[in-house]
Design a protein around this ligand. Sequence first.
Ligand SMILES: Nc1ncnc2c1ncn2[C@@H]1O[C@H](COP(=O)(O)OP(=O)(O)OP(=O)(O)O)[C@@H](O)[C@H]1O
Length: 317
Amino acid sequence: MQRHMKTGGGGSSLVVEDVCKTFGHGADEHRVIEGLSLRVDPGEFVCVVGPSGAGKTTLLRCLSGLIRPTTGTIRYGGELLTRPHADIAVVFQDYRGSLLPWMRVRDNVAFPLEGMGVKRAERNRRAEECLGAVGLADVGDKYPWQLSGGMQQRVAIARGLAYEAPVLLMDEPFGSVDAQSRFDLEDLTLSLRASLGITVVLVTHDIDEAVYLGDRVVVIGGRPTTVVDNLVVDLGADRDQITTRADHRFTDLRTRVLTMIREAQAQAQGEGPTVRSESTSEEPAPDRSPGDAMGGATGGTGRGDGPAREKTGRAVR
Ligand SMILES: Nc1ncnc2c1ncn2[C@@H]1O[C@H](COP(=O)(O)OP(=O)(O)OP(=O)(O)O)[C@@H](O)[C@H]1O
């Protein structure tokens, strides 16, 4: 792996505090997210799961600075995030919509750097380096349509890495590829994270994927959406598609997350119990630190350093 690639490590903390996001106005107003708080510390790998339409992409777009919350704040390194930040790169959902078919692969990877004022020689150097990092050192001269779906998604990841940003946001990045490519891309992401020390926030529909990849799994849901739970994944740093997925701790966590999502779905449909997050309570318990109240990893990032436990935000009935 390209250990000399620059990323600046995991950057700074991302802190989401009491965020609401509403679309539309008047009769068309739709409050998607309400009172959502979350903290991601440098170097963490946090997966966000929730029912379809819960607002996962909306949350990620807020974290990227592409859209702003209606109320509440998002801070990066203590500073209010009001626009895209050089430290935060995004890999979008569908490579087919994000790669430009008339551009060679190398130019696709280098393209966003042009707008950042990076000189051509440096753009090409970074593109080649990032293509090497995703195992595509020899395809720079090809066009995206000459590559398989899995390879195209690797190109999209290489483009995210080319920013050399310490924080990588990924929106359902493997949703469009076949199952085997998905496993390969998951392992690629884990090894990039380990070698570059970056912070990753990944949104996925796939609960198994979230548990396999994450140091933490943040479950969102409800109506409007908030944080339902925040689970530490105690599976250690070395994960393997066969043995990790067969581990009883993996299956236990998957069952817990799936149960919570089903409850959140039922509640959103007006059938189930009210699911309310302690971590997003307007009045955090007095014995909690602000970090705890925000669903953060205060007292450790939870990277395989203890038994699976709910840090904050337990579902309460
Ligand atoms: N720009 C927008 N204008 C109006 N409504 C929007 C906009 N973006 C998202 N929404 C609405 O916000 C809600 C959440 O959408 P979002 O795509 O964030 O959910 P999601 O959890 O990512 O969904 P999925 O899992 O199906 O991809 C949906 O009801 C969607 O229609």
